[in-house]
Design a protein around this ligand. Sequence first.
Ligand code: GDP
Length: 305
Amino acid sequence: MFDVVAKGFRDVRNRFEGKREITEENIDGALKDIRMAMLEADVNFRIAKGFIERVKETALGEIVRVKAKAGEKVEVTPGDHFIRICHDELEKLLGPVDTSIMYSNPRLGPTKIMMVGLQGSGKTTTTGKLAKYLKEREGKKPLLVGADVYRPAAIEQLRVLAKRIDVPVHAREGGDPVEVCRESLKIAEEKGCDVILFDTAGRLAVDDVLMDELEMIVQQTKPENIFLVADAMIGQDAVNTAKEFNARLEVDGFIMTKLDGDARGGAALSIKEVTGKPIKFIGLGEDLDALEEFRPEGLANRILG
Ligand code: GDP
């Protein structure tokens, strides 16, 4: 996971090995290593450029500070110092922490969470993972809704997941997805469920028919949360997809899947800065427990070693 960027920062650390101070020269070399690693990791070009500029500005400022303190005992090595600057900037790039889920006033009915994303992004699996998380960690009673009415396999997959987590499911093959979602509001109340998760249809690419359908579901059910499930493995395609979805639906945040297999990390490092929306959760495997709240600091630590 994130091997490419992590290696870049290891090179940076090595570059400072044995150096006694931060100088403009070693900053320039280190920034070149970072630029290369970020581009190789498929980080959005503009984001990589902005990141490097910010690190440079802070690091050059630190030279002055370090010089001003000349003669004082140095607590950290120049390498540690520089990596700390990168760490802080990485955290800002990824953060802030926002794992919030907006809950409805229980008197007004159940909370609705709409899961959207491309086919194959891990939407159905993540719907199951999130339901399990809500049930076990938040004490909620979820209802899963199969709104991908076009693919019987998707509905079957949702049923299997629901059974494993032991939560009810509402689905109807070939039905009208908007109708299926609408009727689930009543079904949730009948079954005593307080959270509904809509597993909506995906496509291989964003298209107007899909977006019209999703917009209709939003209009008719007014979900408190719209989460886009994005596959980290597809790099900048995931970021572009996120931009398109966000432009039409105003998503509340992302669930980035398949980070366990993502050697590059470019999507995770770019998506918040490009869209202005946070990563809320991350998927780290196929298992139903492989969902974590997203902690920018943890990821920055992982990347910087
Ligand atoms: P959907 O078409 O978007 O509903 O995608 P699925 O939920 O069917 O997932 C597609 C594939 O990705 C399945 O094989 C899942 O097991 C797998 N998958 C989903 N999330 C993750 C994850 O976080 N890590 C890994 N390694 N695989 C995942």
